[in-house]
Ligand binder design. Structure first.
Ligand SMILES: [Zn+2]
Length: 646
C-alpha cells in the first residue's frame, strides 16, 4: 500500500510538471495558430469561433479587422500563458483541465484500493492463483491505462473515449477476479452481488445517520450483537487482522459468537469445551460453578475448534499439544471483554478448551458489602487495627480473597499510624491512599526480601505483605512483631485451621509462629438463591437440628424451585436463567489463636486438633455462618453442603 501511495505521489508530481510545460508550449504556439487551437472552455470557444470566422472572411473584409482580432487574441493568449505559469496549470486552451485530472486520479485511487483489497482477499481465501490475479489486476491498468491517459493530448474529444477505456482497464480484470472468487463461496460471503452492494450502501448511509432496514449483513454480523476479534500484545499488528478475518470467514465462527454471547449474558466467568467424537460439550462457569449449556452437534464442534484456533493464531491441525492465546469480545458495541483461551489435547485426540473472561469486577467498598455480619466486621476491624501481631487472611483459589484484601487494606487504620504494603509488580492490587507502597519485581528474580530491610528500617506500625514466599521472609516478619508491629498477610487455604498448617509447612520455627500468630480469617464463596424463583418449604426438625438451628422458631426455609411436572408449562426465570442461583456472598470463619491453640501449634499441629480447640473455645466456623444464611433464606441447604465439601 505504501509503495502504491509513493507511486501516486510520483504520478501526481509528474502530471503537474508535464501539464505546466505542455501549457507553456501551447501558449507560445497560440501567437500564430491561436484561432485553430482547441479550447476547452465555453467562452474561449466563442472567441475561437469568432476568430476563425474573421480569418475565414479576410478575403472579402478589410485585413485590418482580422489583424486587430488576431492581435487581441495574441494578447489574451499571452495573458493566459502568464496565468498558467503563475498558478501552475490552469489556463484557457489547456487540454488538461483540472476536472479531467481529478477524474483520472479518482479512477487511479479506486484502482489502488480495489487492487489492494483483491490481494488481501486472495491471501485470506488462500487462493492458489493469487499472483496471477494480482498481475491481472495490475498490468492492464498500469500499461493500457497510461496509454489511454495520454490519448487526450492531441485531441480533447478523445477524453470521452479514453476515460471510459481507462475505467474498463480497471473494472474488467477486477470483475473477472470477483466472479471467479465468488463462485465457490456461500451467498453471504460473495461480494458485489445485489445484496452486498445494498449492504455497502446501507453502511455508508448509516454513517451519516440514514438507516436502511434491509441491509444485508456479512455472516459474522448475523446473530447476536457481539463482535469477536483477535488480540495480542500489539493491537496494530496486521496479523491480528488477518487472524480475525480468517476466523470470521470460517464456518465455526458464528457458533463461537453465539456461545460467547450466551455465556456473557448469563454472567459467566468462563466457558469450557470438551471436543468429543460424538458431540462437543459446553459448560459455563457461573458464580464459581460449571453449569451445562447446550452441546454442539457432532459436525459443529470441529468447526468451532478450528475457528478459535484461527482466532488465537494457533494451529488447527494440532490436537494434542497445548495451545493458548486470547481474543476480545465486544457486546452490543460497548462492553469489551478480554479473554484468555487455552486448549489442551489428550492422547485420544479429544481436546479440552477453556475460555476465561477477564471481567472488571465492580469493587467492594466495605466489609458489609462483602457479606460480613456486623459482629464479624467488628472482630476483623479490631484485628487489623491492633498494635501488634500476625493476622492471616485465607481462602481457596477463586474464592474472593483479592476482593477482601482490597477492602481490608482500606478498613485498616492508615491515618493515625504508618501503614506500608509490600507487593509484586507483576500482581498489583488496588491503590489505597495513605499507604506506603513497596514493590518488587518477581520477573527480575526479586522477592519481598529485596525491599523488606528498607521497609522495616522506616519502622512502619503495620505492614501488609501479600505473599510470604519463603521461610526467610516469614521469619523476618515474625521477628518484627516483637518490635510492636502488626503484620497482615495472606495464604491460599481451605479454612482457618488449614491456613495455620500450611504456614507451619513453610518450615518456620513452630514456637516463633505460635507466639506471633493472632488470628486467621478464612472465607468461602457461596451462591445466593435467586430471589425471583426460590421456593419456600417446611423443614423437617432433623434438618434444623443438623444445621444447628432452633426447631421451634424456624418454620420455613428456601430452596431452588423444583423441576416442572410432566406436561407443566412455565416461564423460564430470566434473573437466573433457571439455574436457581444468582450472585454470590461470602462465608467467613475467624479463629483467634488462644493459649490452647498455641500449644497445639508447637506440639501436635493438625487441622482437626486446631478446629476442636477453636470450637471448644466457642469459635464458630463456616457451617454456622452458612446455617445463618439458610435461615435468612439467602442460600439453600444443598448449596451449603456443596461449599462445605470444597
Ligand atoms: Zn431465578
Amino acid at each position: 500500500m505504501k509503495r502504491l501511495l509513493i507511486l501516486i505521489f510520483i504520478v501526481l508530481g509528474w502530471l503537474v510538471f508535464d501539464g505546466a510545460s505542455q501549457l507553456y508550449a501551447q501558449a507560445g504556439g497560440l501567437t500564430e495558430m491561436g484561432a485553430t487551437m482547441s479550447i476547452s472552455q465555453e467562452t474561449q470557444g466563442q472567441h475561437a469561433q469568432a476568430a476563425t470566422s474573421q480569418i475565414a472572411d479576410t478575403s472579402g473584409d478589410p485585413k485590418k479587422a482580422a489583424a486587430a482580432q488576431l492581435d487581441k487574441l495574441k494578447k489574451e493568449s499571452a495573458k493566459y500563458a502568464k496565468n498558467a505559469e503563475q498558478n501552475g496549470w490552469i489556463g484557457s486552451g489547456n487540454y488538461l483541465s483540472i476536472t479531467k485530472i481529478i477524474l483520472f486520479l479518482l479512477v487511479f485511487w479506486m484502482w489502488v484500493l480495489t487492487t489492494d483489497w483483491a490481494n488481501s482477499d486472495a491471501e485470506l481465501l488462500k487462493n492458489p492463483d493469487r499472483f496471477f490475479w494480482n498481475s491481472v489486476n495490475f498490468f492492464p491498468f498500469t500499461v493500457l491505462g497510461t496509454v489511454f491517459f495520454y490519448l487526450p493530448v492531441p485531441n480533447p474529444i478523445l477524453f470521452f473515449i479514453s476515460y471510459p477505456l481507462t475505467i474498463l482497464t480497471w473494472l474488467v480484470p477486477l470483475f473477472c477476479y470477483i466472479s471467479v472468487r465468488n463462485k465457490p463461496l456461500p451467498p453471504y460471503e460473495k461480494v458485489m452481488t445485489y445484496d452486498h452492494i445494498k449492504y455497502l450502501f446501507a453502511v455508508a448511509l448509516s454513517k451519516i445517520g440514514i438507516k436502511i432496514k434491509v441491509a444485508k449483513k456479512m455472516s459474522y454480523q448475523v446473530g447476536p450483537p457481539i463482535e469477536i476479534e483477535a488480540t495480542g500484545l500489539n493491537i496494530d499488528n496486521p496479523t491480528l487482522n488477518a487472524r480475525t478475518v480468517l476466523a470470521r470467514n470460517h464456518e465455526g465462527f458464528n457458533d463461537l459468537r453465539k456461545i460467547v454471547y450466551d455465556a456473557l449474558e448469563r454472567r459467566a466467568d468462563g466457558i469450557m469445551f470438551e471436543f468429543q467424537a460424538e458431540q462437543t460439550l459446553v459448560r459455563e462457569l457461573i458464580d464459581g460453578v460449571w453449569i451445562d449449556a447446550a452441546p454442539l452437534l457432532k459436525e459443529r464442534g470441529p468447526l468451532l475448534n478450528t475457528s478459535i484456533k484461527y482466532l488465537i493464531g494457533g494451529n488447527p491441525e494440532e490436537f494434542r499439544k497445548r495451545q493458548f492465546g486470547s481474543f476480545v469480545a465486544t457486546v452490543k458495541k460497548k462492553t469489551k471483554f478480554t479473554t484468555d483461551f487455552v486448549i489442551q489435547g489428550t492422547p485420544t485426540g479429544e481436546e479440552k478448551g477453556i475460555i476465561t473472561f477477564v471481567i472488571q469486577k465492580v469493587p467492594f467498598n466495605s466489609l458489609e458489602e462483602l457479606g460480613m455480619r456486623p459482629e464479624m466486621q467488628d472482630k476483623v476491624k479490631s484485628l487489623v487495627n491492633a498494635p501488634t501481631g500476625l493476622v492471616v487472611f485465607s481462602a481457596a483459589p477463586a474464592n474472593g480473597l483479592r476482593s477482601t484484601m482490597n477492602v481490608v487494606s482500606r478498613t485498616a487504620d492508615r491515618f493515625t499510624r504508618d501503614f506500608a504494603t509490600v507487593e509484586d509488580v507483576q500482581n498489583p492490587y488496588q491503590v489505597v491512599e495513605n499507604v506506603v507502597l513497596n514493590q518488587y519485581d518477581s520477573r527480575k528474580g526479586e522477592t519481598p526480601m529485596t525491599v523488606l530491610p528498607d521497609v522495616f528500617f522506616r519502622e512502619p506500625h503495620a505492614l501488609l505483605i501479600r505473599d510470604l514466599i519463603n521461610t526467610e521472609v516469614f521469619e523476618l516478619c515474625c521477628n518484627e512483631i516483637e518490635n510492636n508491629r502488626l503484620i497482615i498477610t495472606t495464604i491460599r487455604a481451605k479454612d482457618a485451621a488449614d491456613a495455620m498448617i500450611r504456614l507451619l509447612a513453610m518450615r518456620i520455627q513452630p514456637s516463633l509462629f505460635a507466639s506471633s500468630i493472632t488470628a486467621v480469617v478464612s472465607q468461602r464463596l457461596i451462591r445466593k438463591l435467586c430471589p425471583d424463583c426460590k421456593e419456600v418449604f417446611e423443614p423437617q426438625p432433623a434438618l434444623l437440628q443438623r444445621l444447628g438451628l432452633p426447631p421451634g422458631r424456624i418454620t420455613e426455609l428456601y430452596r431452588v424451585r423444583s423441576a416442572p411436572q410432566p406436561g407443566e408449562k412455565r416461564k423460564p426465570c430470566l434473573t437466573c436463567n433457571d439455574i436457581g442461583y444468582s450472585g454470590r456472598t461470602a462465608l467467613y470463619e475467624i479463629i483467634e489463636v488462644n493459649d490452647e491453640i498455641r500449644k497445639i501449634l508447637v506440639a501436635n499441629p493438625t487441622v482437626e486438633a486446631i478446629r476442636k480447640a477453636a470450637t471448644q473455645s466457642g469459635q464458630k466456623g463456616f457451617l454456622f455462618e452458612g446455617s445463618l444464611l439458610i435461615a435468612k433464606g439467602i442460600t439453600s441447604v444443598e448449596e451449603l453442603s456443596r461449599v462445605m465439601k470444597m
